[in-house]
Write a protein that binds this ligand. Structure first.
Ligand SMILES: [Zn+2]
Ligand SMILES: [Zn+2]
Length: 149
């Protein structure tokens, strides 16, 4: 699929989900979604300030809160100090994170398909036993990155 078409899809999904919670897809929100869609990794508020210098940090925080409420953005965090943001998983693809507890670096990782299958089986057995309907899982690995070891 051409990149432009994918980007248009992302923006129309974003506009639709915001409408569902009575919010508008303002230029500031669009700029953040664009950044998250092209960054290729979870971004911090500092990254956003650097890439979108015209957008005050307080507005960026408010936009992220709204985008999170609309189900467009997911928080990735080892601790409050190091919160980062990425597009919600249903807008990207299923993956996990390696989180450095020392510097906050986040590395996206995809686990082998057979691990995902085994995890899904084990999770649905656990969930069934509780009468719980599992829809997805998250697994973030905490530790030290190569630079901090
Ligand atoms: Zn680190
Ligand atoms: Zn998984």
């Amino acid at each position: 699929m051409p990149a432009q078409e994918t980007a248009d899809d992302l923006h129309s999904v974003a506009a639709r989900r915001l409408r569902l919670i009575d919010q508008r897809y303002t230029p500031g929100r669009r700029a953040i979604v664009d950044l998250l869609g092209t960054a290729g990794r979870p971004v911090s508020i500092g990254d956003i300030a650097e890439r979108l210098p015209q957008l005050p940090r307080s507005s960026a925080y408010r936009h992220l809160t709204v985008l999170h409420s609309a189900g467009l953005v997911r928080r990735v965090t080892a601790s409050d100090e190091f919160t980062r943001f990425e597009l919600a998983e249903d807008l990207t693809e299923h993956h996990h994170h390696l989180l450095c507890v020392s510097c906050g670096k986040v590395i996206d990782v995809t686990l082998p398909a057979d691990f995902e299958r085994q995890a899904a089986d084990a999770i649905s057995r656990l969930a069934d036993a509780e009468g719980f309907q599992a829809s997805s899982h998250q697994l973030d690995v905490l530790g030290l990155c190569a630079g901090c070891r």
